[in-house]
Design a protein around this ligand. Structure first.
Ligand SMILES: C[S@@+](CC[C@H](N)C(=O)[O-])C[C@H]1O[C@@H](n2cnc3c(N)ncnc32)[C@H](O)[C@@H]1O
Length: 236
């Protein structure tokens, strides 16, 4: 079982998070993008607390989810319309951990980077393909790789975020320094950085081809300046 950095306190505080990913307008554009692809139901890999799955279900989509963190998956399960489809404590790298097939599988909020080896990322694509019906789509939202070994991604009076990247292994560690009760505390999470081209190769290994790539959920063009992408691969 992969190590879980999102259990316990992190899961408990998750829905109190702020920042762009929790902005209701951002969630709405994400859901607007996904709804037309989900006529045959949607499966969210790394569903978390249902930040996207719950509003998607409220739009009438049959939504299932998989998450490593029992607390995350379970809280989504408690609220999601189709709670019996949600599989807490399941890894997205294991083939077919949810029942049935879907027209959409999606993995957002950089969660492909939580798979910290190339093998695990390839397995995520293979598992997505295994859950898709013919013509179904796999949607991934993820940042492009950093260009510096050390990058400050946040700087405020109470939080400093520094990414540390090893260009050889593509291992990325995000260091969070939080000011809590007057003391700075450090929390570091490992990731694996991955380029759009390498993701296309993984999709190809899983039998899928790229059908769309945007820099955001409003279908903004993806360019060499884009900090992230929303990519859609299709199963034949
Ligand atoms: C940043 S959160 C994203 C949650 C949710 N998708 C969202 O957009 O709010 C990352 C999630 O990935 C889950 N996760 C990490 N590795 C996983 C794995 N191998 N299998 C399933 N879930 C995993 C964590 O438990 C956590 O819920």
């Amino acid at each position: 079982m992969p190590e879980n950095y999102f259990g316990g306190e992190t899961a408990a505080r998750y829905d109190e998070s702020t920042g762009p990913y929790f902005d209701p307008a951002v969630i709405a554009t994400t859901v607007d993008f996904l709804v037309p692809l989900a006529s045959g139901g949607a499966l969210e890999f790394a569903i978390g607390t249902g930040r996207i799955a719950l509003p998607l279900a409220q739009r009438g989509v049959r939504v299932a989810g998989i998450d490593l963190s029992a607390r995350h998956g379970r809280s989504a399960a408690q609220e999601a319309e189709r709670r019996r489809d949600t599989s807490p404590q399941s890894a997205i790298t294991r083939r077919r951990r949810s029942t049935g097939t879907f027209s959409l599988v999606y993995l957002v909020f950089n969660s492909i980077n939580n798979q910290t080896t190339q093998e695990a990322q390839v397995a995520s694509f293979e598992n997505a393909a295994a859950h898709l019906e013919p013509g179904g789509r796999f949607v991934v939202e993820v940042g492009v790789p950093n260009t510096q070994r050390l990058e400050v991604f946040d700087l405020s009076d109470t939080h400093v975020g520094v990414d540390e990247l090893d260009f050889d292994t593509q291992r990325l560690v995000s260091h969070h320094f939080n000011l809590i009760d007057g003391r700075w505390e450090r929390f570091s999470i490992p990731f694996r950085s991955v380029s759009p081209a390498e993701l296309d190769l993984m999709a190809g290994l899983a039998g899928m081809t790229l059908s769309e790539r945007w820099s955001g959920w409003e279908r903004e063009p993806f360019t060499s300046e884009s900090p992230k992408h929303v990519s859609v691969w299709q199963k034949p």
